[in-house]
Design a protein around this ligand. Structure first.
Ligand code: GLN
Length: 484
């Protein structure tokens, strides 16, 4: 009965002691036990630990302690976020038995706030992939339609929230992995500005693109969770020293007079017609609410996916080098010498998608190819960033479709790497430029949800949240739930 409540609603009830943290947690655990065999959202469920933490919270509430609004709220974490004493696999055989000796900054913050960790969610192996099918352990299904994918690569987190198996979740987004699955699962997801949230303890895929962010049922919850995960962290050298406002504060101010750019390139070839239609209707709602929506151009968009693929693979090839079987992680059983051990360990430990990225990235970085690929991609990155800068001189934010495709069947695009990554065409530019972006549900195509994306200026998460909140208050898509 608590499954589909928002974090804000649950928090009220827990605070007023209408329901205990333990009861709430138990009901989510029961839901996981009932449904997760079908959905496949979790890799690890921490039942006993979750219930124990919940009882501790209840004790504190009984004693009249002043607790954070997130105290007693059951959450799920993507399995690339390090959790001390809880296995963190990155959905890879390489880290199948890895129990981190330390916690990610985001996890520390949420634990301190009193959140209950239900478990760790399924993902594409090391977050590389477009459908949560490259996990070494299981496939996650879209709760709206089990023949469809839940999106990449935080599919487990998005499916868990959509199916009422967590009140909220955290995901990571390198090229769209928070926004893409939240769009396809009909929930809200935000990738904050690069540097807003610490990456300390988050297993790196492509370090110049990765960000952690909230996956929630509605925009208010997104703001609430963001309030608790951001802030400077000296353990991440890219964490910015910027003041974090109260992201819930300006939510109700409305969008009258807000200037919104609609980039024509994000509605072009390759965008499913139904997606275009739903997002166009949603833009109509924003206009009715007083926003001034005008067509703009981001001319270098067509190069974004290619540049992303080079940069992310280059960084991935470097980040994956640490999994050599020496200090931790999987090590092959039989080998003749050191080189043989490296080769066997990495061949057996990594799946096909990760190997593809390592090879591609190594190729792009090799001395003969560096200028032609990596350096060129970095130059394109600058041009893409400049496109955004110029639009943001006149506009407060940008609105467009999140995923270019909605109907993607399980197993459908597993053999064609280009086809697989195409649905990310509208999500990668925000990572390339380091900008905050958010996806909200804006309708359906058949039985599958469609997502609308808001992209903002650096550190303007509040503006995105305000616009998305205004939209949501005037529509009901975020209140619809799948029949799992
Ligand atoms: N699908 C994209 C990729 O495979 C994005 C993944 C992500 O954001 N982690 O790289």
């Amino acid at each position: 009965m608590y499954h589909y409540m928002t974090v804000s609603e649950l928090a009220q009830r827990i605070k007023k002691r209408e329901v205990s943290a333990e009861e709430t947690t138990r009901s989510f655990i029961e839901r996981i036990e009932e449904l997760d065999e079908k959905v496949g959202a979790y890799i690890t469920v921490e039942k006993d630990r979750a219930l124990k933490t919940a009882r501790d919270i209840d004790k504190k509430l009984k004693q009249g302690c002043e607790l954070s609004p997130l105290a007693g709220i059951p959450m799920a974490l993507k399995d690339n976020i390090c959790t001390e004493n809880i296995r963190t696999t990155c959905a890879s055989k390489t880290l199948e038995d890895f129990v981190p000796p330390y916690s990610a900054d985001v996890y520390e913050r949420l634990e301190k706030a009193g959140c209950i960790t239900l478990g760790k969610t399924n993902m594409d192996e090391f977050a590389m992939g477009s459908s949560t099918e490259s996990s070494a352990f299981k496939v996650t299904r879209n709760p709206w339609d089990d023949s469809s994918i839940p999106g990449d690569s935080s599919g487990g987190s998005a499916a868990a929230v959509a199916a009422g198996m967590a009140a909220f979740a955290l995901g990571t987004d390198t090229g769209g992995s928070i926004r893409q699955p939240t769009a396809l699962c009909g929930v809200v997801g935000m990738k904050p500005t690069y540097g807003r949230v610490s990456r300390y303890g988050v297993v790196a895929y492509a370090s110049s693109l990765d960000q952690v962010g909230p996956i929630t049922r509605d925009v208010k919850d997104c703001a609430l969770v963001l309030n608790h995960i951001c802030g400077h962290d000296r353990r991440d050298s890219t964490s910015m020293v910027v003041a974090a406002p109260d992201f819930q504060a300006g939510l109700e101010e409305g969008i009258r007079g807000m200037r919104i750019g609609i980039p024509s390139e994000y509605f072009g070839k390759g965008i499913e017609q139904g997606v275009r239609d739903r997002v166009t209707e949603a833009i109509g709602v924003l206009e009715d609410l007083g926003a001034e929506c005008e067509e703009v151009s981001l001319p270098h968009t067509i190069y974004a996916l290619s540049a992303y693929y080079i940069i992310s693979s280059a960084e991935a090839s470097s980040n994956m080098a640490r999994y050599d079987g020496i200090r931790y992680g999987y090590r092959a059983k039989d080998y003749s010498d050191l080189l043989d051990m490296y080769i066997k360990t990495r061949s057996e430990g990594f799946g096909a998608e990760v190997k593809r990225r390592i090879m591609l990235g190594t190729y792009a970085l090799s001395s003969g190819n560096y200028d032609a690929y990596y350096k060129k991609a970095q130059k394109v990155r600058t041009l893409i960033k400049a496109d955004f800068d110029s639009v943001f001189e006149d506009y407060d934010l940008i609105v467009c479709p999140t995923s270019s495709l909605v109907v993607i069947r399980s197993g459908e695009k597993t053999n064609d790497p280009l086809q697989k990554i195409l649905p990310n065409v509208n999500t990668v530019p925000a990572n390339i430029a380091g900008l905050p972006a958010l996806s909200v549900p804006c309708g359906f195509l058949g039985n599958l949800p469609v997502g609308m994306q808001f992209i903002g200026k650096p550190f303007a998460e509040s503006t995105l949240l305000r616009a998305a909140y205004a939209y949501q208050q005037n529509t009901g898509f975020h209140k619809m739930h799948p029949q799992v």
